[in-house]
Design a protein around this ligand. Structure first.
Ligand SMILES: NC(=O)NCCC[C@H](N)C(=O)O
Length: 408
């Protein structure tokens, strides 16, 4: 049975006590990764899947041990797939691929339509390989046997990116990389059809300008930072800002340009909040990071997508953030003076922490120098293993979509 009616959903900060989080335990979709496809599927290697699952189970356990309710994306998905409308939407999205052509689309649709909700959920996530379908026609016969009719979604593990709650609304995001685009059709369907989320307003959508949840940081109630770089575009930040202002979910958006590189694919790979007034930040960018401050114009117009924005800047990020947050100073915790160690630990997601409450955060154990700096600054660190999980280049924050945090 599907559970319904939840306590209040949403988040206004990164550090309010975490009540409910959506995770995705990595499964068969990771077994699809090979040295031939791992780059395209955005993994830096071929993970040992059993160990990745153990690491993820320990992550989930660390959260439940501290009173956090863990929702599993695959279970939510299977639950909505008993509804004909959700099945039709997600099967349609899975076969909506110009590589296939009409005949193979029809074969794949028929195959998927016969599956039980659980099997369909598993297939939408793990994908459908050429040899798993009895297809016919030109596209099927000419397809490489190692290719996928429906590609797998190994990055679903990083639930932070495909949706983000801001206030009591959820932004289903528009993912930039082709290997990830279908993820947000799944999150959109979950928020639309699952009774747990009944009545939730959706603030953004998968067909809009690119915007990824890893770039969105809720610095304080009413203050949202949006990284723009490899994934989120300035157009995405602009549209999000307009919608936040029109719905009175924020008064200030800080738009933060970040280097368009894999190591800094999202703002949360270089900085995350660990206290009401403190961030852990990659020292190489701490002095150079800037922000454009975007505010609502006087009198918000009815049309949330066209209102003019008041833009100032750029200013040093820490200055702009402190001003927007109404604090004297944003404390920056960095990983010390050794640039090589800092670079290594940034690459291994040392700055990508998941706050459970002010001064209590989850981090990968391997980043020993960063974690020691956090503790020296009074932050309690819950350490988790991530040797295999990290091969997708994401840390605890990337792997968690906070669905409910207590207000500060
Ligand atoms: N917020 C994050 O930084 N998420 C990590 C995403 C990693 C994934 N392999 C990707 O390239 O999109």
């Amino acid at each position: 049975m599907i559970e319904s009616a939840a306590p209040s959903l949403g988040a206004t900060s990164e550090v309010g006590p975490l009540q409910t989080v959506m995770l995705h335990r990595p499964g068969p979709e990771l077994r699809r990764l090979t040295p031939r496809n791992n780059d395209q599927l955005l993994f830096d290697g071929v993970p040992w899947v059993d160990r990745a699952q153990e690491e993820h189970d320990a992550f989930a356990q660390a959260l439940t041990d501290r009173g956090v309710e863990v929702l599993h994306l695959d279970a939510l998905l299977a639950e909505i797939l008993s509804f004909p409308a959700a099945r039709a939407e997600l099967i349609g999205a899975a076969v909506d691929d110009p590589r296939l052509g009409a005949t193979l689309q029809r074969d794949a649709t028929r195959h998927l339509a016969w599956l039980s909700p659980e099997d369909l959920a598993a297939t939408l996530i793990a994908g459908l390989a050429h040899d798993e379908l009895r297809g016919h026609g030109l596209a099927y016969q000419l397809m490489d046997r190692s290719d996928f009719v429906v590609p797998p979604l190994p990055n679903l593990l990083f639930t932070r990116d495909s949706s983000v709650w801001i206030g009591d609304e959820v932004a289903v995001t528009s993912l930039a990389m082709p290997a990830r685009r279908r993820e947000s059709t799944i999150t959109a369907a979950i928020y639309t059809h699952h009774p747990r989320f009944a009545g939730t307003e959706q603030l953004y959508a998968a067909n809009l300008e690119h915007l990824e949840g890893g770039d969105v940081l809720l610095l304080a109630p009413g203050v949202v930072a949006v990284g723009v770089g490899e994934r989120t575009t300035p157009g995405g930040a602009e549209r999000l800002a307009r919608r936040l202002f029109a719905r009175e979910l924020a008064h200030t958006v800080l738009v933060v340009p970040i280097a368009q590189e894999r190591a800094t694919m999202h703002l949360d790979t270089i900085a995350t909040m660990v206290d009401l007034d403190a961030m852990v930040m990659y020292p190489a960018v701490a002095d150079s990071l800037v922000a454009w401050t975007v505010r609502a114009p006087y009198g918000v117009a009815d049309d949330a997508d066209t209102i003019d924005l008041a833009v100032t800047g750029p200013q040093p990020f820490v200055t702009a953030a402190a001003a927007a947050m109404g604090i004297d100073r944003l404390r920056v915790i960095d990983t010390g003076l050794d640039p090589v160690t800092a670079e290594r630990e940034q690459w291994d997601d040392g700055n990508n922490t998941l706050a459970l409450a002010p001064r209590l955060t989850v981090a990968y154990e391997r980043n020993t120098v960063t974690n020691a700096a956090l503790e020296a600054a009074g932050i309690e660190v819950v350490r988790i293993a991530g040797s295999e999980l990290g091969s997708g280049r994401g840390g605890p924050r990337c792997m968690a979509c906070p669905v409910a945090r207590d207000p500060l």
